[in-house]
Write a protein that binds this ligand. Structure first.
Ligand code: COD
Ligand code: ATP
Length: 199
């Protein structure tokens, strides 16, 4: 099956693009979604997180306290590596499981840390980057979640730069501050048709 890697910085628009591709028949495998499921109440990473980080990082429903963990790991790289050490192998296992069950026209792997991880490039046929200005990333994430701009900047600092991402791309979707959702959809449809041909 043809495998597309879809990446982009926080708030760039990956989820919106992935939802369009899914609605046109691609199978979408989203690592952020998997990470959320692993850390929901009863999720298979909860016990390991409690053991490594203490019960104060688990909320009263038994889910990861995301706001607290966000503040912790994006101000301390060693704590971030510790969390990634728990989550990334479990995410990889679930990605493999979902990929084996994929029945769409092609498979889309939505991976925010695709370039950072270095392990993905050989596993995909083509890499698409969703791109926007850094200030637009901050504005979109703030509008969606109310996370302070300073925290968003720290999350962005834990990711590759916009330039590095663009340099690695086979295809680029330009989703700037002045890109309307209908302009975005038009760009994505052109690429989807090309990927269908490759598939
Ligand atoms: C720290 C956590 C709890 C904060 O949760 P929160 O709800 O605020 O964010 P969410 O998980 O929805 O991720 C939003 C975005 O943050 C960025 N991000 C998440 N984790 C990381 C990371 N380890 N390094 C750099 N950026 C990251 C990505 O752009 C992602 O799309 C969460 O991000 C997490 O568990 N991160 C570790 C797992 C991971 O590496 N996920 C990335 C997908 S593989
Ligand atoms: N062209 C656009 N016009 C208006 N709003 C947009 C546009 N693109 C994305 N958005 C909005 O910006 C926010 C971020 O988009 P989205 O969730 O798709 O990004 P993401 O890359 O998946 O983010 P994250 O890395 O945080 O998971 C969403 O609320 C989305 O609806």
């Amino acid at each position: 099956m043809f495998k597309l890697g879809l990446t982009g910085g926080i708030g760039s628009g990956k989820t919106h693009v992935a939802n369009l591709l899914a609605s046109w028949g691609a199978t979408v495998i989203d690592t952020d979604l998997i990470a959320h499921q692993l850390t929901a109440p009863g999720g298979s990473a909860i016990d390991a997180i409690r053991e490594s980080f203490g019960p104060e990082l688990i909320d009263m429903n038994g889910a990861l306290d995301r706001a607290r963990m966000r503040e912790l790991v994006f101000s301390d790289a060693s704590r971030r590596a510790q969390l990634e050490g728990i989550l990334h192998p479990r995410i990889a296992q679930e990605v493999l499981r979902q990929a084996q069950e994929a029945t769409g026209i092609y498979a889309v792997f939505v991976v925010p840390l695709l370039i950072e991880s270095g392990r993905w490039r050989d596993r995909i046929d083509r890499l698409c980057v969703v791109d926007c200005e850094e200030e637009t990333q901050i504005a979109r994430v703030q509008a969606r979640s109310g996370i302070p701009a300073e925290t968003i900047r720290r999350i962005m600092a834990a990711q590759v730069s916009r330039g590095e991402r663009l340099a690695a791309a086979d295809d680029i979707i330009s989703n700037m501050a002045n890109t309307s959702l209908s302009d975005l959809e038009k760009q994505v449809l052109v690429l989807h048709k090309a990927w269908c041909n490759l598939a």
